[in-house]
Unconditional design. Sequence first.
Length: 179
Amino acid sequence: MDNEVIRKKKNKRDVLDAVADAALKFEMDFGGCSQAVVGSHKKILGRPGDEVFRASGVFAAGIGLTGKTCGALSGGCIILGSYVGRDYTDWEDMQGLRFESLRLGKRLVEFFENEYETTICRELQKKLVGRFYDLWTEREKFWAIGGHNADKCPSVCANVAKWSAEILFDEGFIKNGHL
């Protein structure tokens, strides 16, 4: 599947499923939760661009693999902010677009907290695999214990990709399968 999905699949559910499936596969195959979410939107919806995808990588595994704020959640917020927010040329932001992007980010955090009860990577790892793995020193162990199995971190990526797309549908950024 590629970004033609958005043109072929007019049904909201099909688009949400395609975005979630892509995020799941990217995280299972390559790791990098923040980029799995951003990449799934790029693949299925055709955006954001390569610069945003590249920049999202730093948020993996709780920002720089530190276990802080979940990288998948950060990736979802990056997606939402790529659709609405203050532009560099509009610092005054007379339309309040900055607050629109913040409102969308808050909605995503609410979805996330309702499902996982935390936004912290190290806490999510404890729930999903029993303990926190420092991915700077225990990356192989994390893979070996199944941290990238479909029901672990990849499922978080899939949910965030789906929720962020759902918010974009709800807010009218995606209409009847079109951007």
